[in-house]
Design a protein around this ligand. Structure first.
Ligand code: FES
Length: 153
């Protein structure tokens, strides 16, 4: 965690009342601002609210919404909705896993990509679909995915 992220997280924490009911809200705001909830900030939240660190860790690890590592420079989403799934979305995931050594929910070691599986994004007719940041790509094959991701540094 860099100092800038620590400062931002601490500013968020101190903006809330010391009320254990604020726990989720604080974590959500840190997640929204930083794109993850650093472990150090989880400890800060626990200290601030006077709740066990294990409780904070438990919440962050339970909900997929929370990430504990900084996001990659590019967010890769592979649609695993029914229409995309039956058209081979799983092979796209396998290709990305093999090529970039990450599983859904993870970020590459060089912070280039974060990978997530998502549910239907409303483009079923052109499935299987992936998105990279704001860009949508349909008719994906493992080979096409590989070529597309090369464009993103
Ligand atoms: S199922 Fe993938 S876009 Fe609808």
């Amino acid at each position: 965690m860099n100092d800038e992220d620590l400062l931002k997280a601490n500013q968020i924490i101190s903006g809330f009342d010391r009320d254990s009911n604020s726990l989720i809200h604080i974590l959500q705001e840190i997640q929204a601002k930083l794109g993850y909830v650093p472990q150090e900030s989880q400890r800060e939240v626990a200290d601030y609210l006077g709740v066990p660190v294990s409780k904070v860790f438990g919440i962050v690890s339970f909900y997929n919404f929370f990430k504990i590592n900084p996001p990659g420079r590019h967010q890769v989403h592979v649609c695993m909705g029914t229409a995309c799934y039956v058209k081979g979305a799983e092979k796209l995931i396998e290709k990305i896993k093999a090529e970039f050594k990450i599983r859904p929910g993870e970020t590459t070691a060089d912070h280039r990509f974060s990978l997530e599986e998502v549910r239907c994004i409303g483009c079923c007719a052109i499935g299987p679909v992936i998105t990279v940041d704001e860009d949508v790509y349909g008719g994906m094959t493992p080979e096409k995915v590989s070529a597309i991701l090369k464009k993103y540094e």
